[in-house]
Design a protein around this ligand. Structure first.
Ligand code: ZN
Length: 311
């Protein structure tokens, strides 16, 4: 169990204006701002993390917001839809809320025997709220407007759209321990039994579709969760032995990571539970100040001057 892939760790997407992104995810969606830091590879840009109270793996959605970003187009070669688990009976609340805030949304529909409500964030990122068949016992972050009876519990699934699912599916089943549980037309559902939540990867096969193009409103990568660095390095060996180029271990301050691009085009990351979001600020103050990794501390005033204002 402990040496397995434990479902999703986080998902990272690209956004336009940082303030608009912050308002949507914290106010409309009621997520907790977990961390306000910078893109470690581009410190003039924020890296914003949202999730539950402590930043549990499987709840973490992160963004690189670029003020003047071009909008991207979701399509094959990308993670195209992010699903959040919500309690039974909450979809009407959310539909009304999206109407009140003029958020683009569809109608409540059903797939794989589960009700869901599709919507998009202000940059057009495709999201869904899903009532999982087997419920979801995770404790949600709540706000004044989003009570426990409706609050999101964390990820339910992520959907990858691919021209051909074969090579990607093989990684999921043969390396990551997922199983195909259902197929509906060109829509395939893979699940791992290593965890109870954030355990689903859906694949859509869209052979003729134009490849997705990165930009605001598209996902940059998805990260799978492992317990610690030892398991991380075991997976590094397995992925490399299957012929894929995988990075060395990278220190992301809040977790350790490896990255490789799977043959369908999606950037996969594997990330550890340790050390977690409490490493540089107390849990009751997560997200309250701009945190920089040690290598940028000396440039703090310059970095703060170029970052857009969030309040
Ligand atoms: Zn990542």
């Amino acid at each position: 169990m402990e040496n397995k892939i434990l479902g999703l760790h986080h998902i990272t997407a690209i956004a336009g204006k940082a303030k608009q992104n912050l308002d949507f995810y914290t106010k409309v969606m009621g997520l907790r701002l977990l961390k306000k830091t910078v893109n470690f590879d581009d410190p003039g840009t924020y890296h914003l993390y949202y999730g539950d109270e402590v930043g549990s793996a499987g709840t973490i959605l992160t963004f690189f917001p670029y003020e003047g970003a071009q909008l991207g187009t979701a399509g094959p070669g990308m993670a195209t839809h992010i699903s959040y688990a919500v309690p039974e009976g909450s979809l009407e609340f959310w539909k009304q809320r999206f109407e009140d805030f003029r958020i683009n949304h569809g109608e409540v529909s059903e797939k794989f025997g589960e009700q869901y409500l599709p919507f998009t964030d202000p940059d057009g990122l495709q999201l869904e709220l899903v009532v999982p068949k087997n419920g979801d016992s995770r404790k949600p972050w709540v706000t004044e407007e989003i009570s426990e009876t409706v609050a999101t519990r964390g990820f339910h699934a992520v959907t990858l759209t691919l021209r051909n699912i074969k090579a990607t599916a093989t990684i999921l089943t043969d390396i990551f321990g997922y199983k195909l549980v259902e197929q509906n037309g060109n829509h395939y559902r893979y699940i791992t039994d290593a965890v109870e939540n954030a355990a689903i990867i859906d694949l859509i096969e869209a052979p003729g579709a134009t490849r997705g193009e990165g930009g605001a409103g598209t996902n940059h990568h998805i990260a799978f969760r492992v317990k610690n660095e030892e398991v991380l390095m075991e997976f590094r060996k397995k992925v490399a032995a299957s012929g894929f180029n995988i990075t060395e271990k990278i220190d992301r301050n809040y977790f350790y990571s490896l990255y490789f691009r799977e043959p369908g085009g999606v950037l996969f990351e594997i990330a550890t539970d340790n050390p977690g979001f409490g490493i540089d600020e107390p849990f009751d103050q997560l997200g309250s100040s701009l945190l920089l990794p040690p290598q940028y501390e000396a440039s703090r005033s310059r970095i703060e001057a170029v970052l857009p204002k969030l309040d």
